[in-house]
Ligand binder design. Structure first.
Ligand SMILES: NC(=O)c1ccc[n+]([C@@H]2O[C@H](COP(=O)([O-])OP(=O)(O)OC[C@H]3O[C@@H](n4cnc5c(N)ncnc54)[C@H](OP(=O)(O)O)[C@@H]3O)[C@@H](O)[C@H]2O)c1
Length: 407
């Protein structure tokens, strides 16, 4: 007996949508052998083709690959109300309207899946919702934007920021308007989604503090390399003092951290919990076929009726003043006791120095150091006072450092 068709309606036939349509055709037979149902495209909607109602009427499941908020949001709500399972790759929509969509899925008893919305092909959504559903996740670190990871990899090889960005655009890795990527906003939306899944608390983009890579200096990367550090744009979501902190900023990592070796346009996510210690998943962060593969995985999960639970959210307070080790870079005139004065001010604010390196002599020396953990507010006060010392050129540049190495 031939397997019965499973009718899939597709909204959007662009980079990901057209790759999904092709992959579905290629893999339908294999999926049928696995699930007993042969997924088949039953209708397509674009700006110039098809009608939403026709696609909805003929489908058992809708895949939304339009992007943006409207009409994608309304289409998903209408589809769920009509009893259809839905899959989307739309991080902006899940980040900004996640609770409304989760509520609709619960209310209508359908599945809402969005693996491709975070970290491309890296299956972190499924791991958090299923494999680690019973673990008490303490912290997630993620490189969740491939464009910025590519740019930073180029800068580590000595390129300036403008040259690295131009190369990313030339290779089609960065968009003509790269602002959402380089400002950290894209990564912040993805970390908000991961925090919602890991901690069961509603997290909106406005709850995520983010900083981009536009103001980084190539020389910071060179000095830091001497201290054994590499630079990544890292998103962090963690439990702290009964609350949570979700943030994205350039971060130095020691070589033994699992994210330190992720280079080029790749993504990786590290999940930490008492029960599992640490696991890391990595893979391509974008690309039509890669993203389509994650969508197809969601489709198989729905056909197999694997549940994707998103229980109602329980609000947790946001913690803003987070402790961390810091890298400091300052321009100093090389005077007797200059280092002692800087170390003294840091010590008065509770920061001790882990490593230090001085470059150059005379009026144009550079002092580069890494502290042990200190709260951000105390670090800012200490650097303000250091910037006022007569032999220091300006307020030191600071970048966070993750100390863990999991070796
Ligand atoms: N590209 C990636 O590597 C990647 C990676 C991860 C996630 N995503 C996500 O995947 C989604 C799709 O991205 P994409 O790169 O494939 O986008 P895209 O290439 O711009 O394609 C968008 C598609 O949606 C259609 N569309 C736009 N507005 C519409 C409307 N109002 N009604 C009906 N159809 C409409 C377009 O129709 P026309 O063909 O008529 O223009 C086009 O077919 C986005 O949410 C994106 O964030 C993409």
């Amino acid at each position: 007996m031939s397997p019965s068709p499973y009718n899939v309606g597709l909204l959007g036939l662009g980079t990901v949508g057209s790759a999904f349509a092709k992959l579905l055709e290629e893999r339908s037979e294999a999926i049928a052998a696995l699930t007993g149902r042969a997924p088949t495209l039953c209708g397509v909607l674009t700006t110039s083709r098809g009608s939403f109602q026709d696609v909805l009427d003929s489908s058992e499941l809708l895949v939304e690959l339009i992007g943006g908020i409207e009409p994608a949001r309304q289409y998903l709500l209408d589809a769920m109300q009509a009893g259809r399972h839905v899959i989307t790759a739309n991080k902006q929509l899940v980040c900004e309207h996640g609770e409304e969509l989760f509520d609709a899925a619960r209310q209508h008893g359908v599945q809402l899946r969005f693996e491709a919305a975070v970290a491309g092909v890296v299956p972190v959504v499924r791991v958090l919702q299923e494999s680690l559903a019973g673990a008490h996740v303490e912290r997630i670190h993620g490189i969740v934007n491939g464009t910025t990871n590519f740019i930073l990899s180029e800068m580590e090889r000595g390129a300036s920021y403008p040259d690295a960005l131009a190369e990313a655009q030339r290779q089609g890795i960065a968009e003509a308007d790269p602002s959402a990527d380089v400002s950290g906003r894209d990564a912040a939306a993805k970390m908000a989604i991961l925090a919602r899944l890991a901690f069961g608390t509603p997290v909106a983009l406005k709850d995520v503090r983010y900083e981009g890579i536009e103001h980084l200096h190539a020389d910071d990367m060179q000095y830091a390399r001497e201290l054994g550090l590499g630079l990544k744009l890292v998103g962090t979501a963690e439990r702290l003092n009964g609350g949570i902190s979700v943030r994205v900023h350039p971060t130095f990592l020691y070589g033994g951290h699992p994210l330190a070796s992720i280079s080029g346009p790749f993504n990786a996510v590290t999940v930490e919990s008492d029960a599992i210690t640490e696991i890391t998943m990595s893979g391509p962060g974008a690309g039509g076929r890669q993203t389509a593969s994650a969508v197809l995985g969601d489709l198989v999960s729905v056909i197999c009726e694997r549940a994707a639970p998103a229980p109602p959210a329980q609000p947790l307070p946001l913690v803003s003043d987070v402790s961390s080790a810091f890298y400091l870079h300052m321009e100093v005139a090389d005077r007797p006791r200059a280092l002692a004065a800087v170390a003294g001010l840091l010590g008065e604010h509770g920061a001790s120095i882990k490593s230090v390196s001085q470059r150059g002599l005379g009026e144009n020396a550079r002092l580069v150091m890494v502290t042990h953990p200190i709260s951000e507010s105390r670090l800012r006060e200490a650097t303000r006072l250091i910037g006022e010392l007569e032999f220091v050129g300006s307020v030191p540049r600071t970048i966070r450092v993750i100390e863990e190495e999991f070796l």
